[in-house]
Design a protein around this ligand. Structure first.
Ligand SMILES: [Zn+2]
Ligand SMILES: [Zn+2]
Length: 337
């Protein structure tokens, strides 16, 4: 990890904005690139600028930008879609065939910088009731909001969250807000379970210390309506399938470190389980802002650590080692306002 001086980017396109980056959240996917150098076929090569969970302030707006003005605080959708391919035309920007994502190898440089140029269409104004830390949490929360939408939960549904890292916790917050669901959450780190309870989980358990499937079954003998797998690990997939009721839905939100994972096909067939894969989010940023601004979701329990830009390496090491009860580490980039 290295801090470098570089010339500030200049605004060129009429529909772009020049942003000052205020805060940036360290994401699990940044850590995948930091530790393994890859996610699936995405291969990072040094120097690779990471980061895509940002709160920013508009410094300058292109001539055709009407929705934003200098001084406006925004949350940023890190995906730049082409707007023209079959996926974009079908309303699936998140699987755009020519997508460019902040901090993804071979796509756009990351947001771990002081200044950044983005299309205005990627920037959503945030009200002053959200501070910069909350605004940086909009991006991961939008993933939880999207996953919860895909599950089509009925009010009061029974829901499992397997893996209570930032994305698992954001999903927990979203399913609580959208369906008043009863949530059963697991994680290998006890501090994360405490945060899950603060976020409204009805029950939490650590698979290192107990058989979480049996424990949930004792409380909910019929099983879960939906389980969100947010760990990306074989054991978590196995537990998720076993927690589901017949006809239940597994949502795969976690990013596995391996390219292949096995699933118990007999269990899946006999119980006619449905599987939904979740790719980031689609058009859920505004909804995420509304949920935080309206007080229906409180992301603050997730924010456990703060670092300055010069301390970025320490932030990545901490998140990578899951030490010190870290959930979301926020890097402050612009001077505190
Ligand atoms: Zn992320
Ligand atoms: Zn496209």
């Amino acid at each position: 990890m290295e801090l470098r001086q570089a010339p500030a980017p200049r605004l060129s396109g009429p529909r772009d904005v020049l942003l000052r980056v205020d805060t940036l959240g360290v994401c699990g996917s940044d850590i995948h690139y930091y530790k393994q150098g890859t996610i699936g076929s995405g291969q990072a090569t040094f120097p690779q600028l990471l980061g895509h969970e940002l709160a920013a302030t508009v410094v300058e707006a292109g001539a055709e930008v009407q929705s934003l003005h200098p001084g406006q605080r925004v949350a940023v959708d890190p995906l730049v879609a082409c707007g023209e391919c079959d996926q974009c035309r079908a309303g699936r920007k998140h699987t755009c065939r020519k997508q460019q994502f902040l901090g993804n190898p071979g796509q756009l440089p990351g947001a771990l910088v002081e200044y950044l140029v983005m299309p205005a269409a990627c920037c959503s104004p945030v009200p002053d009731s959200l501070n910069d830390d909350q605004a940086a949490l909009v991006e991961p929360l939008s993933i939880g909001v999207y996953a919860a939408q895909l599950a089509q939960l009925k009010p009061g549904a029974r829901v499992g969250i397997v893996g209570s890292g930032p994305i698992g916790l954001c999903t927990l917050l979203a399913v609580r807000a959208q369906a008043q669901a009863s949530v059963y959450a697991t994680d290998l780190v006890d501090e994360r379970l405490a945060v899950a309870r603060a976020c409204g989980a009805a029950w939490t358990g650590n698979p290192r210390r107990e058989d979480v499937v049996a424990a949930v079954r004792r409380l909910e003998p019929l099983g879960m309506d939906a389980v969100f797998e947010c760990a990306g690990e074989q054991e978590a997939i196995d537990q998720s399938l076993e927690l589901l009721k017949p006809g239940g839905t597994l949502l795969i939100v976690g990013i596995p470190e391996l390219d292949r994972i096995s699933m118990n096909i007999n269990l899946m067939r006999r119980n006619e389980l449905r599987i939904i894969n979740v790719r980031r989010q689609n058009e859920c940023v505004e909804r995420a802002i509304e949920l935080i601004a309206g007080g229906r979701v409180d992301v603050r329990p997730l924010i456990t650590h703060h670092f300055r830009l010069e301390e970025t390496a320490r932030a990545f090491e901490l998140v990578s080692a899951r030490r010190d009860g870290v959930v979301k580490a926020i890097i402050r980039i612009s001077p505190e306002k």
